[in-house]
Design a binder for this molecule. Sequence first.
Ligand SMILES: *Cc1c(COP(=O)(O)O)cnc(C)c1O
Length: 400
Amino acid sequence: MSVLPGLIRTEQELGAQNYKPLDVVLTRGQGVWVWDVEGRRYLDCLSAYSAVNQGHCHPRILAAMVEQAGRLTLTSRAFRNDQLALFYEEIAALTGAHKVLPMNSGAEAVETALKCVRKWGYAVKGVPEGRAEIIVCDGNFHGRTLGIVGFSTDPEARGQFGPFAPGFPVVPFGDAAALEAAITPHTVAVLAEPIQGEAGVIIPPAGYFRRVRELCTRHDVVLVLDEIQTGLGRTGRLLAEEHEGIEADVTLVGKALSGGFYPVSAVLSNSDVLGVLRPGQHGSTFGGNPLACAVARMALRVLMEEGMVGNAAAQGAHFRAGLEGIGGGLIRAVRGRGLMLAVELHPEAGGARRYCEALRERGILAKDTHDHTIRIAPPLVITRGEVEWAVEQFEAVLGH
Ligand SMILES: *Cc1c(COP(=O)(O)O)cnc(C)c1O
């Protein structure tokens, strides 16, 4: 007899219902594939929202984690550990960061950056205390903490969770003139995603971020790019900012920095922003622990040594071309860069969820977002043959 209905019922009875997962109960994963409790195999086209870019249970990351777990896992930052400096050195060499602050979840990295740019604004830029403004974009997603949902524009994310912190003017995403108009002498930072993931893989017009970079430089405003989802190879470059040839002052990474094993995030800074912190002003019991550092070091190493960034560019182009070739009139638009892809359906298609359920029946796990969009983001180790097989399944479900 199947254990599946019982597990789902227990989840519904005992768990807070803050998610509405597809009814598939997974028990094992390897590379791009996951298996459910009944032995059915699926191609994972979500990758835990891009936290599993390196593929499920990557053997080298697993080995690094097990080795470190048997030696030393947590010291707190009250003492030094022998993994932290190596993590700093390696992530700085890879990204060009001058300073690094390790945290755990993505939301914590965002909160850390918000604190630091405010302090920078008062201590360095000379903004009157209590008046700092951080410009954010309409449709943003930066996490779920109270500080962050306070400047979300999604009613579901913020409704009935207030009151919220002031100081976060919102501008339309992709509109540099609107951003310029919103900058005041109290503006300390602009916070944006290079591509808005949760909003449905929204790519701003070409040249937008170059203009944002210029405006930030001209007005002495810190450009903070949230690359928690777009970073670490997802878009076919190590960081999505490279597509526009710019460098943020502060870059936030998380998700795939974990290799899918153990949450690790980081604030990377190439300006003096992180330099404003003094002992006692910020911290985390688990941030920078040796287990996290060992996992993150190997997660970065396999990403580079195994050519995953280039593979994301190559397979992403095939995947996108395949999706664009699907006829039949349900699809309104195919968007994406690298392996961060989305298919937006016409409203008449009746919502993306039913198609995600049909895809599940054909061995593909993908996630609907904002009613009419199916997000597609497989692990970066996907092969050409697997892309072709996946496109066939999308064609079977959407091509009529
Ligand atoms: C997932 C995500 C976050 C939050 O990360 P958590 O680890 O879930 O807290 C922040 N920003 C972006 C762009 C994300 O995709």
